[in-house]
Design a protein around this ligand. Structure first.
Ligand SMILES: [Zn+2]
Length: 475
C-alpha cells in the first residue's frame, strides 16, 4: 500500500468514526427536546344562588354568600407524537361516577379523547356545593330543613357542571401552543395528620403531630414560546377544611391559586389534591383566639403559594416526553356490616332511603351473598424519564403517597394525587383499615353510602394496579 492511500484510508476511518459518534449522539432521547404543545382554560363555577354546601353534616341551611369564587380549570399537554392528556382541576368537594362517565363519553365523541387522556381532580373544598344529588338525599337526616327546592338546586348544578367540564376541555384543546415544561418541588408545613389516638382506644378527629404527613409541594411549570408562565400545576396532600361557615370558598387551595395568578399575570394556577384523606390544615376554624377562619385560610393559601414560589426559585428540571398514559381500576372488596349493625339504621333516625339500603343489604346477607366490589380508578401519566404522576380515586390517606414515592424512587420525579376521577369516600391503607375510626370505616358507612369497610387487602389491590399501569407506560 502506497503512503498516500494508507493516509486516505485512515482519514476515512476517522471520518466514519466521527459519523457513527454523531449518529449515536442524535439517537439519544435526551438530545431531542419534546415539541410540547400546552393548552389551558378556566371557567368560574360559583353557584348562581344559595345552595347546600358539602362536607359538614351539621349545616342546617344553604349557603349565604360567596367569599371566594370557585373555578374549573383544564390543562392539556400534547407531546407532538401522539401522546396527550387533559388535566381538569375543580374547586369542589368530590367527583361522581356520573360526572366521569359523562365527560368520558362527550370528550370522546367531540374531541376523540380516550379515558386515559382525561384526569379529573377535586380540591375537596368543604365550602363548595354538594355535587352528588343521591348523596344529598341520603344525608337529609342530618339536614332536617332541606327542602325540595334545595335538592333541585343541586340537581341543576350537576347538569351545569357536566356541560361546563366538557366545554372547558374543548377550550383547553383549542388553545394548544408551543410550550416548555419544567418540574420542581418545595414543602409546606400546615398539613397535619388528624387521626389522634385516644387513651381509651380508638381515634378522634384532632391534630396528631406524631402521625404521618406528606409535605411535598410538587410544581409543573408550563411556559410559552415567549418564556412567560402560562400555567402552574401544583399539589398538596391536605383537606380543604380551614373554613366551616356558610360562605362559598375554595378554601386554602382557592387562595393559593388566586395568589399565584396575581403574582404571575397571565398564568393559570391549578391545584391537584394529593393523598390528604387523613390530613387537615392546622390551625383551622376557631382554634386561634382573635383570628377568624377567613384569616387562617388566607395564611394557609399564602403558605402554599410561597412553597410554589420557592419551588420556582429552586433548580428546575426540564420535562421531556414521550407522554404515555394508562387508566384502569382496582377492585375493592367489602367486609359488610353485621346484621346487628344494620339493625341500627331505624326509620326514627334515618331517611327512608338509608333504611331501605340497610334492609336490602340484610336481605343480601340472608341469601349468603356479598356486596359487589367497588372499582377504584387509577391513572398513570408518564412524562418520559422525568416525571411520573399516579392519580388515585377516593379520599386517599397519606400512606399511599409515601409508599408509592418510596417504591418508585429513581431518576424520574414521582407525584401522587388522590381525589381523582371518582371520589367515592375514604380509601384507607391497610394500617388505617385495621385501626378503624373515621377514615377506616365510619365515614364510609355513616349513611350506608358503602355497605361496610374495605377488606384489609385494599391497599395491595390499589398499589398492585398502579404498578401494572406503570408497566404499561414504560418506554
Ligand atoms: Zn374528606
Amino acid at each position: 500500500m502506497r503512503p498516500s492511500s494508507r493516509h486516505r484510508s485512515s482519514r476515512l476511518r476517522s471520518v466514519l468514526g466521527l459519523a457513527s459518534l454523531l449518529a449515536l449522539t442524535v439517537t439519544l432521547p435526551a438530545a431531542v427536546p419534546t415539541p410540547w404543545q400546552a393548552g389551558v382554560a378556566a371557567r368560574k363555577i360559583t353557584p348562581p344562588g344559595p345552595i347546600w354546601l358539602a362536607g359538614y353534616a351539621n349545616r342546617s341551611a344553604p349557603s349565604s354568600g360567596v367569599s371566594l369564587d370557585l373555578y374549573a380549570k383544564a390543562l392539556t399537554f400534547d407531546d407532538g407524537r401522539g401522546g396527550r392528556v387533559v388535566i381538569v382541576t375543580l374547586d369542589l368537594i368530590r367527583l361522581t361516577v356520573a360526572l366521569r362517565q359523562h365527560v368520558e363519553q362527550e370528550a370522546g365523541r367531540r374531541y376523540g379523547l380516550k379515558p386515559q387522556e382525561i384526569l379529573l381532580n377535586a380540591s375537596h373544598t368543604h365550602s363548595g356545593p354538594e355535587v352528588a344529588p343521591d348523596r344529598m338525599i341520603l344525608e337529609r337526616v342530618f339536614r332536617q330543613s332541606a327542602k325540595p327546592q334545595d335538592v333541585a338546586a343541586v340537581n341543576a348544578y350537576e347538569v351545569f357542571l357536566k356541560d361546563t367540564v366538557v366545554a372547558l376541555i374543548g377550550e383547553s384543546l383549542s388553545s394548544l401552543a408551543p410550550a416548555t415544561l419544567e418540574f420542581s418541588q418545595a414543602r409546606a408545613g400546615f398539613a397535619m395528620n388528624r387521626r389522634r389516638p385516644e387513651p381509651k382506644g380508638g381515634f378522634s378527629n384532632n391534630p396528631n403531630p406524631a402521625g404521618p404527613v406528606d409535605h411535598d409541594v410538587p410544581v409543573l411549570k408550563v411556559s410559552g414560546a415567549d418564556r412567560k408562565i402560562r400555567a402552574l400545576l401544583f399539589g398538596y396532600a391536605c383537606h380543604n377544611t380551614t373554613l366551616g361557615g356558610s360562605l362559598v370558598s375554595g378554601d386554602y387551595a382557592g387562595h393559593a391559586q388566586r395568589d399565584l395568578q396575581l403574582a404571575y399575570p397571565g398564568a393559570t394556577a391549578l391545584f391537584l389534591t394529593g393523598c390528604g384523606g387523613d390530613q387537615n390544615p392546622y390551625p383551622r376554624a376557631n382554634m386561634v383566639p382573635g383570628q377568624q377562619p377567613e384569616d387562617l385560610v388566607q395564611q394557609h393559601g399564602r403558605a402554599l403559594a410561597n412553597a410554589v414560589h420557592s419551588a420556582l426559585a429552586a433548580r428546575l428540571r426540564p420535562v421531556q416526553g414521550p407522554l404515555r398514559t394508562a387508566y384502569g381500576s382496582a377492585l375493592l372488596h367489602y367486609e359488610p356490616l353485621s346484621r346487628e349493625e344494620l339493625g341500627t339504621f331505624t326509620p326514627a333516625q334515618y331517611t327512608p332511603e338509608v333504611v331501605e339500603r340497610a334492609r336490602a343489604l340484610t336481605r343480601l346477607l340472608d341469601r349468603g351473598e356479598r356486596p359487589a366490589p367497588l372499582p377504584c380508578p387509577i391513572q398513570v401519566l408518564r412524562f418520559g424519564g422525568d416525571l411520573t404522576l399516579v392519580a388515585i380515586a377516593g379520599e386517599v390517606v397519606v400512606d399511599y403517597s409515601l409508599r408509592l414515592k418510596r417504591e418508585l424512587r429513581g431518576p424520574a420525579a414521582v407525584w401522587v394525587a388522590g381525589y381523582s376521577n371518582d371520589v367515592f369516600g375514604y380509601l384507607g391503607s391497610r394500617r388505617v383499615l385495621e385501626e378503624g375510626g373515621y377514615e377506616g370505616i365510619s365515614a364510609n358507612t355513616r349513611i350506608l353510602n358503602h355497605p361496610g369497610r374495605f377488606t384489609f387487602d385494599a391497599e395491595e389491590a390499589v398499589i398492585g394496579k398502579a404498578h401494572e399501569l406503570l408497566r404499561q407506560t414504560q418506554p
